[in-house]
Design a protein around this ligand. Structure first.
Ligand code: HEC
Ligand code: HEC
Ligand code: HEC
Ligand code: HEC
Ligand code: HEC
Ligand code: HEC
Ligand code: HEC
Ligand code: HEC
Ligand code: HEC
Ligand code: HEC
Ligand code: HEC
Length: 470
């Protein structure tokens, strides 16, 4: 006993110091813990941005896009930016389906009305490339009776559902769609890539109000005072804009009311805009501009106050040639909007430098393109980067025209893998072949340089069902 008292007496000053430290630490934690728990994001700026998901890494620094000042997630913001895409994919589990009171019991286990239930941020290593943070077998919460409903599904584990179905866009994996494309050949004898046909829609939309007959160099309506413009006039005169009656003033005038009638009289020099911006393209190419602004190429342009993306900010591997260059329409199109064959391959390869991109030229698709360039293949037989990533997709009929719109958001067909099947591969290949090729991750990384094995089992399962019926 004495020994202990002596020990304490000897060290009391040190002990007191320790005690003081502990009290002080507790006080600090007590003050700050609620702030962290309440997700006071202003104190936590340091979390960012290297831990962001791939989809959002470009915009993650703008906390208020997704968080209210207190830190909670703005669920409406997720929907605001993604509604159109989910709608286009005929979302199988759209939020509105779960507003029905009959589904209330299901939501007790997993509240799927909240996007943040399954998608997260700031969790390196946990998120997959699509930003999904939930376990694969979560389908069990609501589909536990699937084996009774569908005998074909008896021996399938709940961690396998996502091999054959998507949570949102199940269009290419649905029974009816599969049944329509059973037993197709690997490669079709005729490709069915739609033509670009914007001119037809343009004529129907504006043709009554303006003369859209072809313009020549002498019709150019730039201000008479403008110097050194001959090269630009010649470039324009060779473009399809000139052929469609689109004159200098359509893009270079600051006047809100651009002439809708054909005018070849020189425009007012005071209204000349030397470097027209993307907004002028919008009056005729609204969908391309929108696609660009929702893509990895242009998403920063859509956020107020953010600088446009430059290649060195990418997560994907990029060549250094174009570092520092701000990406916009003119990155891929020349000033006067001509489409040259190189745009679908050479232009992309001035930046992209990942395994898949580098493997392209040696692939069967790349060889077809090289042959076409050399005049050995018929026009349109080459399969370019743009064929797959900027596909021409027929839209709903407008003014009597089915417009084959060039998609300007490559992500729109990239993830999940099945999306590219409907809008691209089926133009030339059968469904079974396409599904097997896309499902095989290594084959995609090698840019489809060999025939796929039989790895995707949806069609086998459907055949099994049809045989059981017989
Ligand atoms: C693209 C949308 C988005 C942006 C931008 C964003 N966050 Fe988040 N954040 C999320 C999501 C989703 C979650 C996960 C919520 C959940 O799991 O309930 C989250 C969670 C958090 C959390 C809570 C962490 C936890 O584990 O509970 C903090 C703190 C946070 N974010 C801070 C920030 C800060 C600081 C910024 C800006 C530098 C930012 N966030 C930008 C989407 C975003
Ligand atoms: C029950 C989980 C779950 C919920 C809730 C959920 N998602 Fe998803 N989401 C997924 C999964 C899984 C994927 C991966 C691809 C797939 O299966 O469709 C995905 C993929 C996506 C994609 C990629 C494109 C696509 O069509 O697949 C977007 C965009 C997306 N989700 C947005 C949202 C938004 C916005 C909400 C809220 C309205 C939401 N998600 C709610 C599970 C969920
Ligand atoms: C300011 C607009 C904006 C907001 C807010 C936003 N996103 Fe996104 N999101 C994008 C863009 C742009 C992309 C990248 C292009 C793409 O994938 O289509 C993307 C990518 C994604 C992806 C990956 C899709 C893929 O193809 O891999 C998912 C999943 C996703 N967002 C879900 C969400 C969820 C959940 C929220 C809310 C927490 C949210 N987003 C908030 C604009 C936004
Ligand atoms: C919160 C409950 C819930 C969860 C979790 C859930 N589902 Fe569903 N699922 C439903 C409901 C409800 C329907 C029926 C929707 C309807 O009637 O249109 C449905 C429909 C489907 C369909 C048919 C879609 C169509 O377009 O015909 C498929 C396939 C499907 N779910 C697969 C999945 C997979 C795969 C998962 C896991 C990644 C999953 N579901 C998770 C509730 C859920
Ligand atoms: C090997 C591929 C495969 C797997 C794995 C799979 N399914 Fe299916 N699923 C199909 C096919 C093919 C159909 C249509 C024919 C049928 O009923 O068998 C279908 C039909 C469905 C449908 C009806 C909607 C439709 O497309 O007609 C639902 C719901 C469904 N599956 C849910 C699930 C769930 C939940 C799981 C995980 C336990 C799962 N599936 C696993 C291939 C698969
Ligand atoms: C379809 C829209 C459009 C039309 C029509 C058009 N321009 Fe341009 N022009 C642009 C854009 C956009 C730029 C800026 C490109 C950039 O930022 O690099 C530009 C740039 C220029 C330049 C700067 C030099 C250069 O090439 O960058 C001159 C000079 C010019 N245009 C003259 C003309 C003249 C003269 C006409 C009519 C004969 C005309 N443009 C018609 C869109 C147009
Ligand atoms: C007054 C309407 C109008 C404006 C403004 C306009 N365009 Fe066009 N553009 C057209 C029409 C019409 C065509 C279709 C010509 C055809 O197919 O023969 C076209 C075609 C194109 C093409 C395809 C050319 C080809 O060789 O097939 C590109 C690229 C293009 N525009 C880019 C732009 C860009 C970039 C801007 C903004 C700087 C812009 N356009 C502004 C009307 C316009
Ligand atoms: C990353 C490269 C890239 C960027 C950036 C880009 N485009 Fe394109 N664009 C293409 C490719 C590739 C095609 C041609 C695809 C084809 O041959 O079908 C195209 C085609 C077009 C067409 C012709 C459509 C038709 O139906 O004839 C228009 C118009 C167009 N782009 C406008 C724009 C506008 C406006 C912007 C800026 C908002 C823009 N593009 C940005 C790559 C790009
Ligand atoms: C000036 C450089 C540049 C050019 C030219 C360019 N890209 Fe990109 N591309 C990028 C950058 C930067 C990203 C963003 C990567 C990131 O966010 O990490 C990107 C992203 C992509 C993605 C990924 C989308 C996703 O959801 O994962 C695809 C696919 C793509 N580009 C295809 C193309 C094609 C096809 C062309 C040619 C028509 C092209 N790019 C031209 C710089 C470029
Ligand atoms: C036959 C169609 C096809 C062609 C041709 C093609 N791609 Fe892809 N690309 C795909 C598919 C499918 C994926 C998704 C791969 C995956 O899931 O890993 C992809 C992925 C990508 C990505 C995203 C890579 C990543 O890691 O997320 C980029 C960037 C890209 N492609 C650029 C290009 C460029 C540049 C070219 C031309 C040099 C090209 N692609 C040619 C189909 C194609
Ligand atoms: C415009 C037509 C076209 C489109 C679109 C297209 N392909 Fe191809 N593909 C071909 C042709 C033609 C061949 C060469 C076939 C041959 O040599 O027998 C080929 C070859 C292939 C091969 C190699 C086959 C072998 O035996 O070596 C694979 C794998 C492949 N394509 C996958 C795809 C996928 C996946 C998509 C969609 C993302 C796609 N293709 C889109 C026309 C196309």
């Amino acid at each position: 006993m004495d020994v202990i008292i002596v020990w304490i007496a000897k060290r009391w000053s040190k002990l007191l110091l320790w005690l003081g430290w502990m009290v002080l630490t507790a006080a600090i934690v007590g003050l700050y813990l609620p702030a962290i728990q309440g997700k006071n994001i202003n104190d936590l700026q340091s979390l960012q941005p290297d831990s962001a998901s791939y989809g959002h890494h470009q915009i993650i620094e703008q906390c208020d896009l997704c968080h209210v000042p207190g830190g909670e997630i703005k669920e409406k913001a997720c929907q605001g930016c993604h509604k159109a895409e989910l709608k286009r994919g005929k979302d199988s589990h759209a939020v509105r389906k779960f507003l029905d009171p009959r589904n209330a019991s299901r939501l007790e286990k997993i509240d799927v009305r909240k996007c943040s239930m399954c998608h997260s941020e700031h969790r390196p290593g946990v998120l997959d490339k699509g930003g999904v943070s939930i376990a694969n077998d979560s389908c069990i919460h609501c589909h536990d009776a699937i084996a009774q409903e569908r005998p074909t599904h008896k021996s399938i584990g709940f961690d396998r559902c996502v091999d054959c179905h998507n949570y949102h866009d199940n269009r290419a994996l649905h029974e009816k769609f599969l049944a329509k494309h059973l037993d197709e050949p690997d490669t079709r004898s005729e490709a069915t890539v739609p033509d670009r046909n914007y001119l037809e829609l343009f004529k129907k939309s504006f043709g009554r109000k303006r003369d859209i007959s072809e313009l020549n160099a002498e019709d150019a309506d730039q201000p008479a005072e403008l110097k050194d413009v001959q090269a630009s006039i010649e470039e324009w005169a060779r473009s399809r804009h000139a052929a469609a009656g689109v004159n200098c003033s359509d893009c270079h005038s600051s006047s809100k009311k651009r002439s809708r009638t054909k005018s070849t009289t020189p425009m007012d020099a005071a209204k000349w805009v030397a470097q027209p911006e993307r907004t002028v393209c919008r009056s005729c190419h609204r969908s391309q501009v929108k696609g660009f602004l929702t893509s990895h190429h242009g998403m920063r342009n859509a956020v107020e106050g953010m600088s446009p993306l430059t290649p060195e900010q990418a997560v994907l591997p990029m060549k250094s040639e174009r570092h520092g260059e701000e990406i916009d329409c003119a990155t891929c199109h020349d000033a006067h909007g001509r489409i040259t064959p190189e745009i679908g391959v050479d232009t992309c390869l001035t930046c992209h430098d990942d395994d898949h991109s580098r493997a392209y030229l040696a692939s069967p698709h790349g060889r077809l393109w090289s042959q076409e360039q050399a005049g050995q293949g018929a026009p349109g037989t080459g399969v370019t980067c743009a064929t797959c990533h900027f596909p021409r997709v027929p839209q709903r009929k407008r003014r009597g025209v089915v417009h084959n719109l060039v998609q300007h958001n490559p992500s729109g067909t990239l993830r999940p893998w099945s999306k590219m099947v409907r809008e691209v591969c089926l133009e030339c290949h059968g469904l079974g072949f396409s599904m097997n090729a896309l499902f095989d991750q290594q084959l995609a990384a090698d840019n489809f340089n060999r025939a796929p094995g039989s790895v995707q089992k949806s069609l086998d399962l459907l055949k099994q069902k049809q045989n059981q019926k017989r």
